[in-house]
Design a protein around this ligand. Structure first.
Ligand code: CDP
Length: 806
């Protein structure tokens, strides 16, 4: 029976359910150095693998001589493509319907490509072996500039498919062309442009960046020859998908493959796909009969594993003189590198880029995307964003500012004028999405009032006058961004990975003493799932969150799930938790009715148990129901209290936010100061406000890094110029600005608890807010668009171009 000494509020507080700022339970082990990461794993007799990598971006391989390497003490084997051909693993399928070399087969296509895999008794011996492998290359012409990829005389990169004029996503019109993807009404859009009163057109590039999680990609593979079983511990964001991929390509029975993702030190999309390291470690373990560990170093991670973005977007908006938008037209040149290994749902070669109409009511729109090959690392992952959503948000939010500039209108006012109105939800966008809910006006108004927007604009006007008079060398920018995200892939009707529908799952087992375990198909990489998932269960079935253990990442015990990326955990797995909990609650109600000797309909839910309507003293707590489930269930009912749910969402969720960035830039040095950054997020029902704030802080820090410094840069011969944290900007607490967070709550109407995702919103909204601030600062000098990243040097270059510094 319930503790009658506690008030209702105290019982609710004890649960630590929805809305509670519950402290992260996983931090108990993380802050004491007790996390268990892949590299912590040490198995008896474990071997170590390391790669020989190509120094060339494009070259033919004339020969590979392993002899000297095999003489290095400790080196046991050197695998090349020829060895992998014997087991049909020299190439592997990518998530995007292409194939990719596991080890260089005849030629190399990007600097850092895997050429041979050296296996040794320790990592040092493996490295010595790598140095001793002698590879003879014949350099070939290199293609780095995406705008030259489709020229008639461009070097042909993929000789394996050069005559194949049909790819996974339709016709190809050049050997370096991967696909053309179009969406929207071209005729209607062209017609709107031909009669537009005002139109803007700008090439808006989103540079190649890299998710660079602190823990690099790694695995340990152990093949048990006696049982014929393969166990893989790895940094996998989607362990079940990895198991299925391994079963398909290694032709092993899926039940004999055990994939375990232990603690993961950040993923951000980098750990979704399958890398050559996983295949080589598995083959090496099968060959040697010993466990084999492969751990990337930082340079390898930055140069060879999945990049993000590299989208070159030509955006056009048509509008009336009063600033009402009438059409949007975007062409994207998408640089996918050497292989199309983008991690998107199968049918979406450009991800959800067609969210590019943003938060605005465009009557018509048309998008075309050309994917192309270049001599760069493959990838195209959703770096803390839902499949190309951050590219789309950047494109529309920059384009709206450029339109405002042309109209001589305030950018916030232009946004307000074109917002989708609350009464238009569910809203059907011109590019085919159904936005579930939103109240954009309220959110932007709250943001503008909080930052005292009008005062900022007055201050800016005064500063511009002072600059013109030569009284200051500093210019001030106010960056406004209003973004709409699309997260929670996804409804099986339009989202799958390799044919597997993108549902997610939860299995809850309650034990007799009123404690339990929830096993999930997702995998946290730092997002705090162990804390927040238990909160959903606590609110649903009245068992305190501290009595629920959340387990993820072991394919032997977890129900099949599609994993964690694209902020899909809360929208999809979060819903699976609620629906599994509701199945348990329904059974619990039957047990309580039986025990309290009333009809089920005579019971009502009350915080942590069932009460007989009208008889408040007759109450049975969930804790007591758990016990009863194992000893006195109604006749004919199976004992036990557990449920599993596979949740296929009816729609995506559409979180949104209003961000404002205030920045000062010294035109003589390019040095910027972020004076203020305000971020209002609406992710529907908030499970744990403290974790949401943490997610927003982390995402904004990454957005700051991308907008203000990150870029994977190449020289014209394909050398990676930014292969370490000396050159690739990873901000520390020293550079990171102070964040102000805020929120509104517009629940998702179709999600069982009304929650939308949040983990990626700050990356999606943060980048345009920073970039708009820089561009706004320079706009009065006649500039419309300055390409990211806005580092000191580029700011100074922009000032020079605009003639305000020497
Ligand atoms: O898929 P991923 O975990 O990266 O993203 P998410 O679903 O946005 O969740 C990130 C973290 O924020 C999780 O711990 C969620 O439970 C939490 N969250 C929340 O407390 N309330 C929301 N409405 C959304 C997420």
């Amino acid at each position: 029976m319930n503790d009658i000494t506690l008030t209702r509020e105290e019982r609710e507080a004890k649960l630590e359910g929805l809305g509670c700022r519950r402290k992260r339970v996983e931090d108990i082990r993380f802050t004491q150095g007790k996390g268990n990461y892949v590299d912590d794993l040490k198995l008896p007799g474990m071997l170590h693998g390391d790669f020989v990598r190509s120094p060339y971006a494009h070259a033919r391989i004339k020969s590979i001589n392993k002899d000297a390497a095999l003489k290095v003490p400790g080196v046991l084997a050197v695998l090349t493509a020829e060895d992998l051909k014997g087991v049909n693993l020299a190439w592997m399928p990518t998530l995007a319907g292409d194939v990719q070399m596991v080890l260089a087969d005849g030629k190399v296509l990007f600097q850092g490509q895997e050429v041979a895999f050296v296996v040794a008794t320790d990592r040092y011996a493996a490295d010595d072996g790598v140095v001793a492998v002698d590879v003879e290359y014949e350099a070939l012409p290199v293609l780095i500039d995406p705008f030259k990829a489709l020229e008639p005389d461009a070097p042909v990169l993929r000789e394996d498919i050069k005559d194949k004029m049909d790819g996974a996503h339709g016709p190809r019109r050049h050997p370096n062309h991967i696909f053309e993807w179009t969406v929207g009404d071209k005729e209607l859009t062209d017609a709107a442009f031909s009669k537009a009163e005002v139109a803007i057109k700008e090439l808006i590039s989103y540079q190649r960046v890299h998710p660079s999680p602190l823990e690099t990609c790694q695995c340990v593979c152990s093949f048990d020859k006696i049982k014929g079983e393969l166990t893989i511990w790895g940094t996998f964001q989607a362990p079940h998908v990895i198991r299925t991929v391994v079963a398909l390509i290694a032709k092993l029975p899926e039940q004999k493959i055990h994939v375990i993702s232990p603690d993961i030190g950040g993923g951000f999309g980098n750990k979704v796909g399958a890398y050559p390291g996983y295949i080589c470690a598995a083959v090496a373990s099968i060959v040697t009969g010993k466990p084999v560990k492969w751990v990337e170093d930082r340079i390898e991670n930055l140069t060879a594993t999945s990049f993000a973005r590299d989208y070159h977007m030509t955006a056009e908006i048509a509008a009336t003189k009063e600033g009402k938008v009438t059409a949007l037209r975007v062409h994207v040149l998408a640089d996918h590198g050497a292989f199309d290994a983008c991690a998107d749902p199968s049918k979406w070669p450009a991800g959800f880029f067609n969210i590019v109409t943003g938060s605005y009511d465009f009557p018509t729109a048309y998008v075309s995307v050309d994917g192309i090959y270049t001599n760069k690392a493959p990838g195209g992952v959703a770096y803390r964003c839902s499949f190309r959503v951050t590219e789309a948000a950047y494109c529309i939010e920059r384009a709206m500012d450029i339109l405002a500039q042309k109209l001589g209108m305030d950018p916030a006012e232009l946004r307000m004028k074109n917002f989708i109105k609350p009464e238009q939800f569910p809203y059907h966008s011109a590019l085919g999405w159904e936005y579930d809910s939103g109240d954009y006006q309220t959110a932007l108004n709250k943001a503008l009032e909080t930052v005292k927007y009008e005062d900022l604009r007055k201050e800016q006007a005064a500063k511009r006058e002072a600059f013109r008079r030569g009284e200051t060398r500093e210019i001030m920018g106010v960056g406004v961004c209003f973004f709409t995200e699309i997260v929670g892939a996804g409804p099986s009707k339009n989202c799958d990975i390799l044919g597997i529908a993108m549902f997610d799952s939860c299995e809850i087992r309650l034990h007799p003493t009123g404690a339990g375990i929830a096993r999930m198909g997702t995998k946290s990489q730092g997002q705090g799932h162990e804390t927040t998932y238990a909160q959903i269960i606590a609110s649903e079935i009245g068992i305190p969150a501290e009595d629920i253990t959340v387990e993820e990442g072991n394919t032997d015990t977890a129900p099949y799930g599609l994993g964690t990326y694209g902020s899909r955990s809360t929208p999809v797995a979060g819903a699976a938790i609620a629906t599994a909990a509701r199945k348990i609650k329904a059974k619990a109600q039957m047990i309580a009715a039986y025990r309290l000797e009333v009809h089920e309909d005579d019971l009502e839910w009350d915080v942590d148990g069932f009460r007989v309507k009208g008889l408040p003293e007759k109450f049975m707590s969930m804790k007591d129901i758990c016990w009863a489930a194992y000893n006195s269930v109604p006749p004919g009912m199976e004992p036990g209290l557990e449920a599993v749910s596979y949740y296929d969402p009816p729609n995506m969720t559409y979180p949104f936010g209003a961000y404002v960035c205030v920045m000062d830039i010294d035109v003589d040095t390019g040095v910027y100061k972020v004076r203020r950054f305000y971020a209002l997020d609406d992710c529907g029902t908030r499970i744990n406000p403290m974790i949401i704030e943490g997610q927003v802080h982390g995402g904004l820090t990454e957005a700051f890094a991308i907008a203000m410094g990150q870029e994977i840069r190449y020289d014209e011969t394909g050398n990676v110029l930014t292969g370490s944290f000396m050159d690739f900007f990873l901000p520390t607490a020293m550079e990171t600005p102070h964040w102000e967070t805020d929120y509104t709550v517009t629940p998702s109407p179709h999600h069982p608890i009304g929650a939308k995702g949040v983990g990626e919103s700050p990356n999606v909204g943060g980048v345009p807010a920073f970039s708009n601030a820089v561009n706004d600062a320079f706009s009065f000098l006649g500039s419309t668009h300055i390409q990211m990243p806005h580092d000191f040097w580029r700011n100074w270059q922009a000032a020079k171009r605009l003639g305000v510094t020497g």
